[in-house]
Design a protein around this ligand. Structure first.
Ligand code: SF4
Ligand code: SF4
Length: 88
């Protein structure tokens, strides 16, 4: 059993930061800063916790290393400031 790889098994809660989930994404979120009203709703809804609030406490950015392209944030943004980019 020791020789069997654990694969994609989640062994403990909140461990997604150990895996770069963005590496296999075919889509990714892109935030239009001109449309964004800095409400931070997307930060709360992102299941990967990969939308970060910048040091100024207002602007948000997507960490491409962890964005898996689920597009939850696109649906939740109240002003449609988030769009989808396709990864090649
Ligand atoms: S939910 Fe939309 S408007 Fe609110 S911070 Fe995120 S991108 Fe900006
Ligand atoms: S697409 Fe999904 S994983 Fe990527 S930033 Fe939006 S909610 Fe987070």
């Amino acid at each position: 059993m020791d020789k069997v790889s654990l694969g994609a098994i989640i062994t403990d809660g909140g461990n997604s930061k150990k895996n770069k989930t963005g590496s296999w994404a075919t889509k990714r979120a892109f935030i239009d800063q001109k449309k964004c009203i800095k409400c931070h709703t997307c930060v709360l809804f992102c299941p990967e916790d990969c939308i970060n609030i910048k040091e100024n406490g207002k602007d948000v950015e997507v960490d491409a290393d962890y964005c898996k392209g689920c597009l939850v944030c696109v649906n939740e943004c109240p002003v449609k400031a988030i769009s989808v980019t396709i990864q090649s």
